[in-house]
Write a protein that binds this ligand. Structure first.
Ligand code: GLN
Length: 439
């Protein structure tokens, strides 16, 4: 039997796994194919960022990473499903369908770039643009058994990205292999005058230097599902076989990252969401002869999901006069402290190694029983590198009952190419497994 065509696989990923919100009608031969998370603006597609409030919004331009991939010969084949505005870890907060895990459709793809993870897994050679604020590339990469690169904050332009938290958002790539990520990363990276935070970056190294000494923080090994711990520990001898030393260290500040992140991320999100008032983008209320307060309240009550509303309340509270110094400013101090802690580790080690997610891809029935706090805790290993803006890569490192387990490597600012060198080396030492797809 001949291999299914890429187009058939895209259709399959959309229909059976809800990886895409929209796809193209046909593929251009001779171009490479990529997808974009639905919070990246692109010509010819709606950009709804997983939210009903943006229903019908068609941006008149391409986000810079999309523009650059197209200019390099790529065809944008679809927009991928996500948690509303990036709020979530399982893609269950999506107004446009919840993507189903390629290894087991009763389980989550992770979030918030869940559709990107599924597309990268189901379509060989596919390159998926994802976005991470607190782990939304690593998480889906881990649960969908693919490689996910989250660059340094500021490395890739955010122009055309629908903001979640402006000081945290990063556009990155997911794919079956680090080699194809390395091939396209140089295209999307680099300064862009349309995003000033991208302008002060050092040039991207042509070829990285493989990290040879990894620090494994003891604190990261607490609160893990035993199956994940075992699979992760099974990867250590393979790393050592590649000539990489792994040494246990202590990073006590890691445990402050999660609370600090949720204060900063929701503070920024609550201001970003103020622009969705039913007048400028997407959903529009035509009944103009009412009090402005009723008008905005109507649009926002109907358009936002529960998680978005929770974050507006939390973020607005954290920024209030009287509470600001207790929550927002203190969280900024924690962020600085954490940067210092990583820097100390980088004096003796090239990178920090941890598992990516603390448990296997969860079943939807179990997710429904989780409290918001339990959901937030799922990201305790992916949030620290995101909070400090350092690049990280998640790669598959084991399989438990046919489900993938991921490990995450964090390097100092701007060292993406070193991480990709390690991830490429890893692909030579550890064999990835992908589900068999019969469209
Ligand atoms: N799960 C985290 C959150 O909900 C991170 C999501 C993200 O990176 N967008 O904020």
């Amino acid at each position: 039997m001949s291999a299914p065509s890429t187009y058939a696989l895209i259709q399959y990923a959309q229909r059976r796994h809800l990886a895409f919100t929209e796809t193209v009608d046909g593929l251009d031969e001779g171009r490479f194919h990529f997808s974009a998370k639905d919070n990246l603006c692109a010509l010819g597609f709606q950009a709804r960022a997983g939210s009903a409030v943006l229903e019908g919004y068609r941006p008149p331009f391409d986000a810079t990473p999309i523009h650059r991939l197209k200019a390099a010969g790529g065809q944008l084949v679809g927009k991928t499903t996500m948690d509303e505005f990036g709020f979530g870890s399982f893609s269950t907060n999506s107004a446009h369908g919840v993507p189903l895990n390629p290894f087991d459709p009763d389980r989550s793809c992770g979030g918030s770039s869940g559709g990107a993870g599924a597309a990268a897994c189901l379509i060989p050679g596919h390159i998926a643009l994802g976005v991470s604020t607190g782990g939304s590339i690593s998480g889906p990469a881990s649960f969908c058994g693919v490689v996910g690169l989250t660059p340094t904050y500021g490395r890739v332009s955010r122009y055309g990205l629908i903001d979640y938290g402006n000081s945290l958002d990063k556009v990155g790539l997911l794919s079956r292999s680090a080699a194809s990520i390395a091939q396209h990363f140089g295209t999307i990276a680099g300064p862009d005058p349309k995003d000033p935070t991208s302008c002060a970056q050092p040039p991207l190294a042509g070829k990285g230097r493989m990290p040879s000494s990894l620090a494994l923080p003891r604190e990261a090994m607490e609160n893990l599902d035993p199956a994940v711990r075992k699979a992760f520990q099974g990867a250590l001898p393979v790393l050592r076989g590649m000539g990489v030393a792994v040494e246990e260290v202590s990073m006590p500040s890691l445990r402050f990252a999660l609370p600090a992140y949720y204060v900063l991320a929701t503070s920024e999100a609550s201001t970003n969401l103020a622009r969705y008032c039913g007048m400028r983008f997407g959903r529009r209320e035509e009944e103009f002869n009412q009090h402005f307060n009723d008008f905005f309240t109507g649009v926002r009550s109907e358009g936002f999901g529960d998680e978005a509303k929770r974050r507006i309340l939390l973020g607005t509270f954290c920024r209030m006069v009287g509470f600001r110094s207790r929550y927002y400013l203190k969280s900024l101090a924690v962020r600085q402290m954490l940067i210092g802690e990583y820097r100390r580790v980088f004096q003796e080690h090239d990178a920090v190694l941890t598992p990516t997610m603390p448990f296997l891809p969860p079943r939807f029935e179990d997710i429904r029983r989780m409290t918001p706090l339990e959901m937030y805790l799922a990201d305790f290993l992916t949030i620290p590198p995101n909070l400090v803006g350092m690049p990280h890569v998640s790669v598959p490192c084991g399989y438990v009952d046919g489900l993938p387990v991921g490990m995450q490597v964090v390097a100092d600012h701007w060292k993406e190419m070193d991480l990709l060198e390690l991830a490429k080396g890893w692909e030579g030492a550890f064999l990835y497994t992908f589900p068999e797809v019969r469209p």
